[in-house]
Ligand binder design. Sequence first.
Ligand code: SIN
Length: 492
Amino acid sequence: MTSRTSRFRLSDPSLFVQQAFVDGSWVKSADGKTMDVQDPFTGKSLGTVPDMTADDVASAITAAKAALPTWSALTAYQRQSYLNSLLSLMRANADDLALILTAENGKPLAEAKGEIAYGAGFVDWFAGEAVRTYGHNVPSAIPGTRNNVIKQPIGVCGLITPWNFPNAMITRKLAPALAAGCTVVIKAPAETPFSALAMCVLCERAGIPKGVVNCVTVDKGEREAACGLELCENPDIAKISFTGSTPVGKLLMKQSSSTLKKLSFELGGNAPFIVFDDADLDVALAGVVASKFRASGQTCVCANRIYVQRGVYEKFAAMVADKVSTFNTGDPMLPGTQIGPLVNSRGVDKVQRHVEDAVSKGAKVLAGGRKGDGCLFEPTVLSNVPADAAISTEETFGPLAALFSFETEAEVISSANDSEVGLAGYVFTRDVSRVHRVSEKLAVGMVAVNTGIISQPCVPFGGVKGSGFGREGGKGGIDEYTIEKLITIGGL
Ligand code: SIN
């Protein structure tokens, strides 16, 4: 470990790697260029990783293609066994993985440990699913024939992963791909490459053969765009799984059209969080804390528009403000910290813009409202937010709870659905009929009722409209990495 990482000490320093992983080797970029990765709390460099080129991505794809025949020919039980080894290694190294994650992402350490458990959960789930990619037989309409439908791995997959869950968004894609028999090229996010590379160390230790898992690192800007284009246009990539913003998703989809790749996209959200007059307000408060302030507000499923019915509005707003005022903000490495720094200054600027915009249109600051040192932003509660505030239509991605009021169920459903995206939605009520009515009418891929926690490896995760398509996790998660092939047998 170099002195630059002296803010944290790993039990196993060899998990912190400053090279990319291609064809089973730790490599530099083709031209030797590197990029700095910063600790968002201190603003200091944590280390460097290769700033790779489209040619490096092409080499990684070639390696993944060469590894595909052998990996896909293993039995599902053999692939399951590799995944179980990876799972054991993740669990054994969870503390170190969490330290690396906190250092580069700024997520409070307790939450980072939670993310490693969540990430390991995907490996666990898909190790189980590996042996359940059942085909089926279909009664034939043609005399003397039989129809067998089998599932086969789709091929080499490009996995483009985000910085907000540097571990779990990799395992959510990597584990089903490996379980299905695919090989992969991961494009790690520029902000958090060390978590991705630590996972490659563990894949190597799990004995996963060379070329099956490859990971490239690249800085934001022109090179990243060129690497993305290579993944989308290279004919040897069969599928792209992407988690990130809606505009980038649209671009990747356009770029992938020339090679007609299978795609699954988990894109931006703007989650409505609806509290009806009859809700248990303590439960709703716990829901706001869980869904709005997880990862300091930097998740795609974070509550973004908090709609509170008129009868409980003042009371609930005061409860949220009181609670949020108690949050400890600061160094994510310290045990009591609940809100860490945002990932970069662009993130801070966006929260500030949303606060200023809402206040200029009549919103009241009930808690926080100001930028702190570096990339910190005070956890903030705004009441009386008007419908034309920027936060109504834009995902804040920061610790800002914006409270809107509403009168009727029909009105709030209409406001909630008045969005170009639809990932998650939250409903708080004690009325069972309303639970069904509202959940079914919300134009989102996932609804949480009387809870702020939605994400688990065993359920489908994904959105509608501008939030993308395809589902990760759950019973269908592995199908995103397979194709159904029909074999009709005649002459019987
Ligand atoms: C995301 O923010 O993209 C993922 C959040 C989750 O898995 O809960």
